[in-house]
Design a protein around this ligand. Structure first.
Ligand code: PLP
Length: 429
């Protein structure tokens, strides 16, 4: 991805919509989507994992680049629908599906507009969904399902993101998977077995665990495909990483490049007829900036600033030590002079290591140390790579309304994607 975001546009956005503010650069989003699409072209099924950023305008922007949606709840499903996606381009997965979520999936079958598939997490969930589909959609109603496999690998990522380990709460082992197929009524039941769902982890720093997991999933798919003709799908999940500039990480093409050899290891008549991916972070992280204003600038044996954005808007640093670059948009009230430096031109003058803190009453609310020019109250900074798992994981802790979300188009125009929350919403009973 080579596009850069114009700092002037971020300053304009902050002046017009206030801070803290999420800004999504649609040109960067388009570049990321193109990179994934080139690596996984049709007939790959591409679903955007809405949990990364559930603002409907952003889901719609991703959909416009050839992606369906992968959702984990009726809330995310509603966001995908609002983004204009029909049910047959939406998949439902997730370990937290409620009875109401399952009922909604069954009602969509009854109404003749079923989801593309539902990915199941346990035999109990399969039994519950089968019963609900029977009662809501009648004896002829069928719903396509995948079975989430726990691949029991050692993903090369932060422990908090390594969901594919054997002890994790996600997915089933082979015995549970067989029981889930049975619990759904087998090949002729209300749940039509379509294949395997996999997600190894997020921010994958290498491909080895992913390769092992896909190899296992292909072997299991081949086994079931022998007995159940509809068992034809392998969804390899998401996980493509977005690291700070300069840190090498495998891109989507590197993962895609593994597939031919993996498929070669499977008999031709046992290979999945449909392959799918469901990335989230890679599509939206780089495009997103969290623009904040400085509340306090102090000397604490070194520079320290406190911003008006922190863990309530971007919890990743506090949650699992994620690093996000911070760049100055203004210094002592003046726009920072631009020098090309990565994806945002940043200030050149008098930079010094500065501890950047958030405004929340928790000492873990910190963005770490960054080289920044002199700052004072009211100066603007931009936090990089904040487009994924920022807005969607935001909270109203400390009584803080949710920030607005603005979209920046290629012509430099700004459009409101989600309006700022209100005190009324924070206090609503
Ligand atoms: C099942 C599943 N699929 C896809 C994703 C998206 O992952 P990423 O944003 O790393 O691409 C996740 C993230 O947690 C997930 O749990």
């Amino acid at each position: 991805m080579s596009s850069t975001t114009d700092p002037e546009a971020l300053r304009r956005a902050a002046n017009r919509f206030g801070t803290p503010l999420y800004v999504t650069d649609l040109a960067q989003l388009a570049a990321a989507a193109a990179e994934v699409r080139v690596a996984f072209p049709d007939p790959w099924l591409r679903h955007y994992s809405v949990k990364a950023n559930d603002v409907p305008a952003i889901v719609a922007a991703v959909a416009g680049h050839g992606f369906g949606a992968n959702v984990v709840s009726r809330g995310e499903w509603a966001a995908a629908t609002r983004a204009g996606l029909p049910n047959d381009r939406i998949t439902l997965e997730g370990i937290g599906k409620t009875e109401a979520d399952l009922r909604a999936a069954a009602a969509a079958v009854r109404d003749g507009r079923p989801l593309r598939w539902v990915a199941l997490e346990s035999p109990e969930e399969a039994a519950a969904l089968a019963a609900i589909v029977r009662s809501v959609a009648g004896p002829s109603g069928t719903l396509d399902v995948l079975y989430r496999l726990n691949p029991d690998v050692a993903p090369e990522t932060l422990p908090g993101l390594a969901v594919g380990t054997g002890g994790s709460k996600f997915g089933m082992n082979e015995t549970e998977l067989a029981a889930a197929i049975e619990a759904g009524g087998g090949p002729d039941g209300p749940l039509r077995p379509r294949g395997i769902h996999l997600h190894v982890g997020s921010q994958l720093g290498a491909i080895d665990a992913w390769r092992d997991a896909v190899r296992r999933a292909l072997a299991i798919t081949a086994l079931w495909r022998g007995g159940i003709a509809t068992f034809d799908t392998l969804d390899v999940g998401g996980g493509f990483s977005v690291f700070a500039a300069g840190k090498p990480a495998p891109g989507p093409a590197r993962f895609a490049g593994e597939l031919p050899a993996l498929l070669d290891g499977t008999p031709t008549d046992r290979r999945p007829g449909r392959l799918a991916i469901e990335p989230g972070r890679f599509l939206v992280a780089r495009a997103g900036w969290l623009v904040a204003a400085v509340l306090h600038a102090r000397d604490r044996g070194g520079r320290q600033v406190v911003l008006d954005a922190g863990m309530t808007e971007l919890i990743r640093p506090a949650l699992y030590g994620a690093h996000h670059a911070v760049v100055a948009l203004t210094s002592l009230g003046r726009p920072c002079a631009g020098v090309p430096a990565g994806r945002l031109r940043s200030a050149s003058a008098a930079k010094a290591p500065t501890r950047v803190e958030g405004p929340i009453c928790e000492s873990t609310d910190s963005l770490g140390i960054h080289d920044l020019p002199p700052l004072r109250r009211g100066d603007l900074v931009a936090i990089a790579d904040a487009g994924a798992y920022g807005a969607s994981q935001s909270s109203a802790y400390n009584g803080r309304p949710r920030p607005a979300q603005v979209l920046l188009d290629a012509g430099g125009r700004l459009r409101l994607g989600r309006r700022r929350g209100s005190i009324a919403a924070v206090t609503r009973q």
